[in-house]
Design a protein around this ligand. Structure first.
Ligand code: FAD
Length: 352
């Protein structure tokens, strides 16, 4: 009992020390569009008390567009704009240094980012710089100090609580767990309406040290634009497995995805075999997807793959083995040879 009383006293004094507020790390594309995952993080931030401020880092016109878009996100009361040559590329070292120094100045109670490759790279560094521990991949916010996150590849959920509340709670949130309303989605596009929050430049003394941050060197980015929606936020995902047998055979999944306005994903076995690039991998060590419709083609449904897609609203599985584990999570299962079933499905969809 004494312990609980002490904890609640500590929590109380931590809340008194700093006003409840959240500082959101915004990811954006090269043309200044706020990343869909950040929209989800903004939706998650609504579950926390106090004001929501956003930090947009970059350089040139793109970062200004992104700041304008972030200023229209529902709930955002202020945008911090950090425009500097040292922030031109999304290097975790410089972004984390800036985010932590802004947090040290503004004293938010929470720092939040989406649990994307970039968010997972930046936020733990921020936590280390602020001498605290991050809570990652949050799927539910219980209260200011208590968060639910998946463990054991999504087979169980842990409710974790800061026992001795730190000065600042650093958390990443799983985008698929926090749906984005249409207003927020529209706000993510530049040039949309709504009364924007003020955009304020980050104080120059916080930018000055960035040039000397020991950072990884940015060499180049190899971005392939497919014209399809981003895998992590697509409403339809067509996923292929080892059974596709070649990169060429993935073309039929691309055709099906295009007809359905969806994204293409893959199992790790298909990625390891070199059929598709590894940014298409879905699963425990790939991307987590929760589309309205997931179609798994020639995928067995190993536990590590299920960890990345089992929250999809409707799951369709095509597999020639009736014992394939994916059938245990599928809403619709088709026991068939994919090389016959997928072309038939494509023809059927074309007729709709
Ligand atoms: P297989 O298991 O070989 O399944 C192929 C399926 O295709 C079979 O069910 C077969 O019946 C079916 N099939 C064959 N021919 C046809 C046909 N003509 N028509 C229809 N169906 C057919 N995997 C991931 O996907 N994502 C991850 O993030 C991931 N992370 C991992 C992390 C760790 C630490 C480990 C150890 C493993 C991880 N894996 C991951 C690998 C995972 O365990 C499986 O090996 C992998 O998912 C299998 O991929 P697959 O289903 O494509 O291949």
């Amino acid at each position: 009992r004494h312990c609980r009383a002490a904890q609640s006293l500590l929590r109380c004094s931590a809340t008194q020390a700093r006003q409840a507020s959240t500082l959101l790390y915004v990811e954006h594309s090269e043309n200044g569009t706020v990343a869909p995952a950040t929209l989800s993080a903004a939706a998650a931030a609504k579950h926390l008390p106090g004001q929501l401020e956003a930090l947009v880092c970059g350089s040139g016109e793109a970062v200004k567009h992104a700041a304008d878009a972030a200023a229209r996100l529902p709930g955002v009361s202020k945008v911090w704009l950090a425009s500097d040559a040292a922030l031109e590329h999304p290097l975790a070292e410089t972004h984390a240094t800036l985010l932590s120094s802004l947090a040290a100045r503004q004293k938010p109670s929470h720092i939040m980012a989406a649990s994307t490759a970039q968010g997972r790279n930046v936020l733990p560094r921020v936590a280390a710089l602020l001498a605290t521990q991050p809570v990652t991949d949050v799927v539910r916010i219980v209260d200011d100090d208590t968060f639910v996150r998946p463990i054991y590849a999504g087979n169980a959920f842990a409710t974790v609580q800061f026992k001795t509340p730190p000065a600042v709670r650093v958390i990443t949130v799983r985008p698929t767990a926090f749906p984005v309303d249409q207003t927020a989605a529209a706000a993510g596009a530049p040039g949309t309406g709504g009364k924007p929050a003020p955009v304020e430049p980050v104080p120059s003394e916080l930018l000055a040290p960035l040039g000397s941050v020991p950072a990884a060197k940015w060499e180049s980015a190899d971005v392939r634009s497919t014209g399809r929606p981003e895998l992590g936020s697509a409403k339809v995902v067509v996923c292929g497995g080892r059974a596709l047998k070649s990169a060429e055979n993935f073309a039929m999944l691309e055709q099906l995805a295009d007809l359905l306005g969806g994204a293409v994903g893959a199992s790790r076995a298909a990625v390891d075999a070199g059929y598709v690039a590894n940014d298409l991998q879905v699963g425990q060590t790939g991307k987590v997807v929760a589309p309205d419709l997931y179609i798994g083609v020639g995928i067995s449904g190993a536990i590590q793959h299920l960890a990345g897609m089992k929250d999809s609203r409707t799951i369709v599985a095509i597999n020639n083995d009736s014992e394939a584990p994916i059938f245990s999570v599928a809403d619709y299962g088709l026991e068939a040879d994919l090389f016959k079933a997928v072309p038939e499905l494509i023809e059927a969809v074309k007729k709709v």
